[in-house]
Design a protein around this ligand. Structure first.
Ligand code: 5AD
Length: 336
């Protein structure tokens, strides 16, 4: 196994069979190598992004997601532009220089443009990241023109069979991938990603997603465990596996040394110290939640969502010899 991991580090890819072996391995060596590569590329710096969950209204009905349209048991909200700016203002004073606006799908593009324009006007030295689902190329163009720097859109899975098992028939893998291509072509720093352990997923499926990440060459990759939500069709499905999740993070780091890779909230929600484990496995971004407490509770993609303040996360990072850096932390191709 150690020689396979060394080969992955050197050649930055492996065959499907080899990747599957590394993915399912149980060796500290994989995480240690990924951590060492991260340190060579980024030093001890971990970038911070302020997450704002600005609406839980969603037109989609993904079988895994707690804010799916069919969930009639949650109160829906949409922050006003002034509310969003007040959160940014508070976040700016605390040092944040990236704001990630995440919300359900279906927000109108005019309002999104207004939000981005106003954040960029008030905080010109900040990066704005959107995570609002699939949009047409025309809408994405307008969002880029309004000043959006980055865009997160997880592919969820590139395996057709699995994609259609976890999404309603109105959604298609083809349109998701074409949106990802648009994002890159339009010049966004683009993030893709996937869940580990979503019902029906096999190790081979995860390998396909890892190879997609390699080929797509995104600036950011979000990887987290699937966690069940009581008001979804997958309520009784088991959560994703921690080791597999960390292994996928490490493989991604070894394939793409300079990629921005968050220690996701889902991994911290799955296991105590999950955030630290993800950093030790090669993640280099944290995303403290800036959403007001009352609204945060209504933004539950899964049950048991973890919450920690910047100060708490900062302590977790210094325990493992990492230091939170509050700069924009843009993607740069860096030599390992
Ligand atoms: N468990 C873990 N992650 C989830 N997401 C949505 N629902 C869940 C869940 N039940 C992830 C998806 C989505 C991102 C915003 O959150 O990958 O792209």
């Amino acid at each position: 196994m150690e020689s396979l991991i060394a080969k992955l580090e050197q050649e930055r890819t492996l065959s499907r069979e080899e990747l599957k072996a590394v993915l399912s391995s149980d060796t500290a060596c994989l995480h240690e190598r990924a951590f060492a590569v991260t340190t060579r590329v980024f030093g001890s710096a971990v970038y911070a992004r302020g997450l704002i969950e600005f609406t839980n209204i969603c037109r989609n009905d993904c079988y895994y997601c707690g804010i799916r349209r069919s969930n009639s048991q949650i109160p829906r909200y949409r922050m006003s532009v002034d509310e969003i700016l007040a959160i940014c203002s508070d976040g700016y004073a605390r040092g944040f220089r990236t704001f990630v606006l995440q919300g359900g799908e279906g927000e109108c593009v005019e309002r999104l443009c207004e939000i981005v324009t106003r954040i960029k006007a008030d905080f010109p030295d900040c990066a704005v990241t959107l995570s609002v689902g699939e949009l047409s190329r025309g809408c994405l163009k307008r969002l880029k023109a309004a000043g959006t720097d980055r865009y997160l859109l997880r592919q969820e899975t590139v395996v057709e069979r699995l994609y259609s098992a976890i999404h309603p028939p109105q959604m298609s893998l083809g349109s998701r991938l074409s949106c990802l291509r648009d994002l890159k072509e339009l010049g966004f720093q683009t993030g893709c990603g996937f869940m580990i352990g979503v019902p029906g997923q096999t190790l081979d499926d995860i390998v396909e997603d890892l190879l997609f990440v390699k080929a797509f060459d995104p600036e950011m990759v979000g990887i987290g465990p699937f966690l069940p939500h009581a008001q979804t069709p997958f309520a009784d499905s088991p959560a994703g596996d921690l080791r597999l999740t960390l292994n996928a993070v490490s493989i991604t780091r070894l394939m793409k040394p300079s990629v921005l890779l968050p220690a996701t909230t889902a991994v911290e929600s799955l296991a105590a110290n999950g955030r630290q484990s993800a950093i030790l496995a090669g993640a280099n971004v944290i995303m403290p939640n800036l959403t007001t407490a009352a609204l945060r509770e209504k933004y539950q993609l899964y049950d048991g969502k973890a919450f920690a303040t910047l100060e708490e996360i900062s302590r977790q990072m210094s325990e493992i010899g990492r230091e939170i850096v509050m700069t924009r932390g843009d993607y740069k191709e860096r030599l390992p």
